[in-house]
Design a binder for this molecule. Structure first.
Ligand code: CP
Length: 305
């Protein structure tokens, strides 16, 4: 039995197979409409979500399966003090696979260690968000045609943004990847990622504060929101929340084929006037997230047609 805790749980070859399967599902969804007949997905979300929870539920329903779960800790027995370890033992009796989001880093890993069904990390604190990374990789490969030879700008909250941490981990396995980290100094990429991951693997990167200075060199711009829920005080959040606002004027500096990705939700960091720019692919990214989660459910349940 396999779980998914980190994007690195799949080898590069397995990842390509998963992305190929997601693309096939996109092309011929009817072929997969009964692939999970009789199977049940549990979504155990201790933290708020729109995309991840609903795309998992939609994925299982589109595969012919069923879903159950809870959307907040308050509406589960966690509110009475039940541990994640005990909860997953119950869920193992009710469902065939579980997607779990938790504010505590490592909570899905604890669940996996006690589970008799596959557990998927649907985001744990500021740590990892592997299914967002699968979504991002599929989006990049489909729309850019490659996962190699890319200059990738990551902009916004690089300190708390788990989608950024997961994506860096996944991308450094591909050739000729260069990172540009764009953040205020308070939200810099953690030093362990710079030292233990990037420097150790000889991955070139630069850090800047002004987005305008680096926009012309980017193949991809990955925007992120400032993570209000991870700040210790509101004052700091208010001071930093609008540090970056990507608008039409700034987009004039970007390459004609640069893609803008965003894991969403968006707050103010991308002006709505940018949505109509063909380079803004964040709503297409959401669609890819559905197909990749369908592929992931099939893979972890070891269902092949
Ligand atoms: N991208 C993402 O994780 O969105 P949600 O928080 O809405 O699930």
């Amino acid at each position: 039995m396999r779980h998914l805790m980190s994007p690195l749980d799949f080898s590069v070859e397995e990842l390509y197979q998963l992305l190929d399967l997601a693309e096939d599902i996109k092309l011929a969804p009817a072929k997969y409409a009964h692939a999970c007949d009789g199977k049940i997905l549990a979504t155990c979300f201790y933290e708020p979500s729109t995309r991840t929870r609903l795309s998992f539920e939609s994925a299982m329903l589109r595969l012919g399966g069923n879903v159950l779960g809870f959307a907040s800790a308050d509406s589960s027995s966690a509110a009475k003090g039940e541990s994640v370890s005990d909860t997953i033992r119950m869920i193992s009796a009710y469902a065939d696979i579980c997607a779990m989001r938790h504010s505590k880093e490592g909570a899905p890993m604890v669940a996996a260690s006690k589970s008799s069904i596959p557990v998927i990390n649907a985001g744990d604190g500021g740590h990892q968000h592997p299914t967002q990374t699968l979504t991002d990789l599929l989006t990049i490969r489909s729309l850019k045609g490659r996962l190699t030879n890319l200059t990738i700008g990551l902009c916004g909250d690089l300190k708390f943004g788990r989608t950024v941490h997961s994506l860096i981990n996944a991308l450094l396995r591909y050739k000729d990847i260069r990172f540009v980290f764009i953040s205020p100094k308070e939200l810099r990429i953690p030093s362990y990622i710079q030292e233990d991951i990037l420097t150790k693997n000889n991955i070139p990167f630069q850090e800047v504060i002004r987005l305008e200075d680096v926009l012309p060199q980017l193949d991809l711009l990955y925007m992120t929101r400032v993570q209000r829920e991870r700040f210790f005080n509101e004052e700091d959040y208010v001071r930093l929340k609008d540090f970056y606002i990507l608008n039409k004027e700034k987009m004039e500096l970007a390459k004609e084929d640069m893609l803008i990705l965003h894991p969403l939700p968006r707050v103010n960091e991308i002006s709505v006037e940018v949505d109509s720019d063909p380079r803004a692919v964040y709503f297409q990214q959401v669609q890819y997230g559905l197909y990749v989660r369908m592929a992931l459910i099939l893979t972890l349940l070891e269902i092949s047609l």
